[in-house]
Design a protein around this ligand. Structure first.
Ligand code: HEM
Length: 128
């Protein structure tokens, strides 16, 4: 129903954990994204599920364990271009489809994540 947060509509923490697992399986297959990430994505996925829980109106699990997200600062060690942001969003779109998240919710989630993804860009585009 309409008053529930996206967190509830995604199936709570369990639903978010499943979405995040599928998302990182796509990230690990992406030639642009995978080189930036550790080979073992277990801890990365655990933190991302904590973050998305609070980002979508659920419990503030990320902040409880790690403090203020400061996401842009935490991404500064990695050279992130517009192309990385687009690839990240594409992986999330595929994950939302794989998890059969219904369309109006998918659009809401993607629009919020797109703003955050482009906010992480800290490096000029790669030459194509
Ligand atoms: C961590 C890349 C966008 C949330 C990371 C890490 C990388 C990365 C390489 C470190 C992984 C590790 O060491 O475990 C990227 C790239 C993005 C992007 C290339 C493209 C724009 C986003 C977005 C969000 C996000 C849109 C949130 C919706 C996080 C979180 C962490 C993280 C919560 C864990 C931070 C911590 O260490 O506590 N990201 N990211 N990232 N990213 Fe991203």
């Amino acid at each position: 129903e309409n008053t529930a947060a996206p967190f509830e509509h995604l199936g709570g923490l369990q639903g978010i954990e499943k979405l995040v697992t599928v998302f990182y399986s796509y990230v690990s297959e992406d030639p642009l994204l995978s080189p930036l990430f550790p080979k073992d994505l277990t801890e990365t996925a655990r933190k991302q599920a904590q973050f998305l829980s609070q980002f979508f109106g659920g419990p503030a699990l990320y902040t409880e364990e790690h403090g203020h997200p400061m996401l842009r600062a935490r991404h500064m060690p990695f050279p992130i271009t517009n192309q990385h942001a687009a690839a990240w969003i594409e992986c999330m779109k595929k994950a939302l489809n794989t998890r059969s998240v219904p369309m109006p919710l998918q659009e809401l989630i993607l629009s919020r994540l797109t703003m955050t993804a482009y906010h992480m860009v800290n490096t000029a585009d790669l030459q194509t």
